[in-house]
Every structure is written in C-alpha cells, then in structure tokens.
Write a protein of this length. Structure first.
Ligand code: DCP
Ligand code: MG
Length: 369
C-alpha cells in the first residue's frame, strides 16, 4: 500500500522558502518533464504558464516520497490543471507526449541551443531563429551577422562551457580567485555561492562573492583582474555598481542586483584539478574554459547578497513573494524593507534574514527548490 503522504500529516506550504528541498529528488521523472515545459514558457515569454510549471515542479522536488498515483496529489499546493495533465500522462505511459514532441520542436531546440551560448539571450536567439539558423555551425558561418565581444567569446569556448563545471574544477577555480583577491586585499573573503553552495555536483558556472571587513576596500579589486597570471583570463567584462543608497526594493521578483561584478571565462589547467581522469588529459587539450562570476559586495549587504546568490532561482523567487505577500516586506539582494514600520532591516547573517521574515532557517543544501 502507498505510504501516507506527508501532505496528510502536515500541510505543505505553497512557498518554496517554507519547504526543505534537498538534491534527493524522488520525483525526477515528473520534474524533468515539467522543467522542460517551464523552460519553453520562458522561451515564449509566457510568464503565467512558466510560474504554474515551476511551482508544481518545486513542490514535487520537496516531497520525501515518489508520486505513484493521481490521488497522491490531493492536498498538495500548486498542482494546477496543466502540470497535473503532464503527471497523469507520465503515470500512465512512463513519458509525456507533450514533452516528447516539444523536444523535437525546431524552435524549442534552436532556442535552447542558442541561449546556451554565453552572451546570447532570448532576443538574439529569436533573431537567429527567424533568420533561418538552426545550428551553431550555421550561425558561425553566417556572413553578415554581428556578434558582441561576449558572444564571440561564448562561441569560441562553447564546447567547454556547455560541458558543465564539476566540483573539483570549481574548487580549483576557487583557489585561483582566492590567491588573486588576497594579493589585492589580504583580509578579503571569497565565498563560493550558486549551485555549488547548495551541494550540486555540477554547474554551468562558478559564482563567488567577495567582501572585505572594512567597507570600501573591496572597491578596487576587480580592476586588477588583468593581473591574474598570464593567459588565465580568456574573457572578462566588468559591470560597474549602480547602487543607490536607501533604495526601497521593487516588488519585481527577477531583478538583477546592483553590485559591481565581473563575468569572466578562465582557462583552467587540468593539472590544477584533482582527480581529473588521465584519459581526458591525453585525449585533447590540457585545459578547459570555465565561466566564472565574481560579485563585489560591501560588508553591510553581504548577508543579503549571499542569500540572493545562493539560489535556487525558484527559492529566491518564493522568498521575495513570501516577503511581499505575507509580511509586507520587500526583499532583494541588498536589503529588506519593512513597509509597515517603514524601516530597513539590517542583517549580518542569513539566519537573521530568515528570522526577520518569521521563517524557519533553511540550510543552503535545502534550497534546491
Ligand atoms: N540568481 C537569481 N536571479 C537571477 C540570476 C541568478 O536569483 N536572475 C541567483 C540564484 C542563483 C544564483 O544567483 O542560484 C546563481 O546564478 P546561476 O545562474 O549561476 O545559478 P546556479 O548557480 O544556481 O545554477 P548553475 O549550476 O546552472 O550555475
Ligand atoms: Mg552558478
């Protein structure tokens, strides 16, 4: 007989920030399918449907048991008609025909391929698609296409970048970054964030936050990146800070933050990576291009930046939604603003931010929502 669903024991919250979601996903067969549909909604800029698929996916990821019948969905939040239909298809056939046909769809395939290139967003992907391009070879051979500096680098290293970064590589990159940062400011700290902080084995890039105990000292660091060892820096782009003091965060959920940052591509030598299989070293070149993001954060905003950059994207989205709708507070990667008391709430740690929001603390590895 089926185990008693947890939903019958204690209600599962509609908010990802009130659930513990580890990487031990018992419903991968459903969430893989639903994520493809959510992604396609993003490609079509269909925000409403994106949210419907993303929320259902996230609830399923948090369950400590596998769904094996439609009745097990009873009492679960965020299970709208569209995701339910997909789950039902999979329960009956082991796969979803909707997803199968989407995976063969020309536009979906091209958009997925093009947006996987560093520097290529939906606009560019759509333009290339409408020009009739379907493969990267066609794009690269095109006579009168203009590429940004970022796209040129993205295309040049697309094989390495699309092959994912593993933990050992992320660790090796971390050591390079730390060495560089400490040469600039000896007591600055470098923290690995993003998916790797959540315990993921692979990622599409490596994300680091950099801060200094004395405010202001962090400001010059990025402008010294060219002093990284010769040949290491394959590409970089520094985005200057657009910080405004005492700015009340907007209610938008997906806003980019205002920190100074550097998007780069590093040339990682295989000998710096522990446990690289010897075959891989012999078979081709002895280095790999890796996407790295560095974010410079003033110490007062560090806890908010850390929470914001640790993800997952859906966890972040629901944190902001929860703050806004349940607490009348606006949260972003810099501050938390209490609209009732009309005050900014300061925090030194992530724990303090959860406490401000009246939330139980959720560890980074439980934020894989
Ligand atoms: N982030 C966000 N909103 C965005 C972009 C990023 O909230 N529009 C946050 C959540 C992400 C984190 O920043 O987890 C890092 O962004 P990445 O795109 O690098 O995502 P991950 O590190 O989680 O995944 P990946 O393994 O693909 O790098
Ligand atoms: Mg990342």
């Amino acid at each position: 007989s089926d185990p008693v669903p947890v939903s019958k024991v204690a209600a599962i919250s509609q908010y990802a920030c009130q659930r513990r979601t580890t990487l031990n996903n018992k419903n991968k067969i459903f969430t893989d399918a639903l994520e493809i549909l959510a992604e396609n909604c993003e490609f079509n800029e269909n925000e409403r449907s994106y949210v419907v698929f993303a929320r259902a996916t996230s609830v399923l990821k948090s369950l400590p048991y596998a769904i094996s019948s439609m009745t097990m969905l009873e009492g679960l939040p965020n299970m709208e008609v569209q995701p339910r239909a997909i789950i039902e298809e999979i329960l009956e056939d082991g796969k979803s025909s909707t997803v199968e046909s989407l995976l063969c769809d020309e536009r979906y395939k091209a958009t997925k391929l093009f947006t996987s290139i560093f520097g290529v967003g939906l606009k560019t992907a759509d333009r290339w698609y409408r020009l009739g391009f379907r493969t990267l070879e066609e794009v690269q051979a095109a006579k009168d296409l203009k590429f940004t500096k970022m796209q040129k680098a993205g295309l040049m290293y697309c094989e390495d970048i699309s092959s994912f970064v593993n933990k050992a590589e992320a660790h090796a990159v971390g050591q390079i970054i730390e060495k560089f940062v400490h040469k600039c400011v000896p007591n600055a700290t470098v923290t690995l964030t993003g998916g790797f902080r959540r315990g993921k084995e692979i990622g599409h890039d490596v994300d680091f936050l950099i801060t200094c105990p004395e405010e202001g000292k962090e400001e010059g660091i990025l402008h010294k990146v060219h002093s990284l060892p010769q040949g290491l820096l394959l590409y970089y782009d520094i985005i200057e800070s657009t910080m405004e003091k005492n700015k009340i965060p907007s209610k938008q959920y997906d806003v980019m933050d205002k920190f100074q940052k550097c998007f780069m591509i590093l040339k990682l030598n295989n000998t710096l990576v522990q446990n690289t299989e010897p075959e891989r070293q012999i078979e081709s070149k002895d280095w790999k291009a890796i996407r790295v993001d560095l974010v410079i954060v003033p110490i007062q905003q560090y806890a908010y930046a850390l929470l914001g950059w640790s993800g997952s994207r859906h966890f972040e989205r629901d944190l902001r939604r929860f703050s806004y709708h349940e607490k009348r507070m606006n949260l972003d990667n810099h501050v938390l603003y209490d609209k009732t008391k009309k005050v900014f709430l300061t925090a030194k740690t992530e724990e303090e931010i959860f406490a401000h929001l009246g939330l139980e603390y959720i560890e980074p590895w439980e934020r894989n929502a």
